[in-house]
Design a protein around this ligand. Structure first.
Ligand code: SAM
Length: 400
């Protein structure tokens, strides 16, 4: 008898994922910088870019050798930047180094973010050979005007063709990322994008509200008078995608993520559950042995440090038990499965801000779990948790 396929919002899955070891690899290279992006990214002509991708791969492999053995890994995730700027052979070399250093469980998830313009049938076959089983395309929109506004280089047909090709190639899970709430995009155009996405029979869908990050070209143009995203328009867009995705058989399991049963992102579920993970590459952040550490973002500095045999850290912070609990609560409440009731949850639900959220139907206190019923106000819940802790002098983090 085949075991039942697990729903992505299953509380038992969420609790189990909190124990999974995983690894993240950051690939900073991009063909161009999207105006809204503040991730650690390098484009041609910027410091370190001329060293080339081969030098980067060597550095990441060397950095992996500097990390103490651990594991085995349940998930390996490549993000960016644009991981698909590396060849499949180079990506496979990094996967091999991770497997050797940490070991992997049977059926380990090996996932990659890909930009549609980089996809070919040949790349698909090579990625499968390199051990990848999960691909997520940075589609963002199927509306040509919105894509242009977002500074994307692919067109809607290229994105559709890439998803179809990935399906035929045989990846275990195929998904896309979308962005909603772009100024000027009305609800009809957004709904058309969502319908085109769902017609692709996706295993996984992520949809993020366009966020104006400080220091980006988008933020500068808004400061100079260009229209900003409208929160009401974003709320309508979020509701629309929620209804359409569920009608298409996807299950929401986090504020911004939907999956077909059996196709949740293991890496994401582990990190939302507060599981520890190792991370490599310029600008990568990790969480191991109770310490959150971040690598230097500048590619040239990253390459120099690794070449001189030094772990390329920009800083780290040891979270004490209470601060780690808060982080687990804030992240865990983003999941539909919510969090188990513990001392901090009990304090939250009797605190005035927490009581108001329960009375307003935002938070639901079940017999053994606390869940957020209205995902659009998850940020308000996070603020209530943080305020609770700010008033508690026993909670602190030391820079180390
Ligand atoms: C690290 S980015 C992916 C980068 C990938 N190279 C691409 O261009 O799609 C991961 C996802 O975060 C989302 N994202 C990045 N910046 C965002 C922003 N300012 N507002 C909303 N979503 C954003 C996008 O949906 C993107 O696919």
């Amino acid at each position: 008898m085949t075991p039942p396929v697990v729903r992505p919002d299953d509380p038992l899955l969420a609790d189990e994922a909190a124990r999974w070891a995983s690894a993240y690899v950051h690939v900073p290279f991009c063909a161009r910088r999207c105006p809204y992006c503040d991730f650690a990214v390098v484009v041609d002509g910027e410091p370190g870019a001329d060293a080339g991708t081969d030098a980067y791969v060597e550095a990441v492999v060397a950095e992996i050798a500097m990390e103490r053995p651990w594991g085995p890994l349940h998930a390996i995730a490549f993000g960016g930047g644009t991981p698909s700027r590396l060849s499949a052979v180079a990506l496979g070399r990094i996967v091999g180094a991770l497997r050797r250093r940490f070991g992997v469980v049977d059926g380990v998830e090996v996932a990659i973010e890909v930009n549609p313009e980089d996809w070919t049938d040949r790349f698909a076959a090579e990625l499968l050979d390199a051990g990848f089983d999960r691909v997520s395309f940075g589609v963002q929109s199927f509306d040509a005007h919105t894509l242009a506004w977002l500074g994307r280089v692919h067109d809607p047909h290229q994105a559709e063709a890439a998803v179809v090709s990935a399906r035929h190639a045989g990846f275990r899970s195929v998904g896309i990322d979308l962005i909603y709430g772009t100024p000027g995009e009305d609800l009809d155009r957004w709904v058309t994008t969502v319908r085109r996405a769902l017609a692709l029979d996706l295993d996984h869908l992520s949809a993020y509200a366009l966020t104006v990050e400080r220091g980006t070209a988008l933020s500068r143009s808004i400061l100079a008078g260009a229209p900003a995203p409208d929160p009401d328009q974003q709320a309508d867009a979020y509701e629309a995608i929620g209804e359409l995705a569920v009608a298409a058989g996807l299950v929401r399991y986090e504020v911004s993520n939907w999956a077909r049963p059996g196709h949740h992102s293991r890496y994401n579920l582990a990190t939302w559950g507060g599981a520890e993970f190792v991370a490599f590459g310029a600008g990568a952040h990790d969480h191991r042995d109770g310490v959150r550490a971040r690598n230097v973002r500048r590619l040239d500095v990253y390459l120099d440090r690794v070449a001189s045999g030094v772990r390329p850290r920009a800083g780290s912070e040891r979270l004490d038990r209470a601060a780690a609990d808060v982080e687990r609560l804030v992240l865990g409440l983003r999941r539909v499965a919510g969090v188990r009731r513990d001392d901090l949850v009990e304090r939250l639900v009797v605190d005035p801000a927490g009581r108001r959220l329960v009375a307003a139907g935002v938070l639901r206190v079940g017999p053994d779990r606390l869940v957020v019923e209205r995902p659009l106000v998850t940020d308000e819940v996070s603020r209530a948790v943080l305020a609770l802790v700010d008033r508690d002098p026993s909670v602190s983090g030391d820079d180390c």
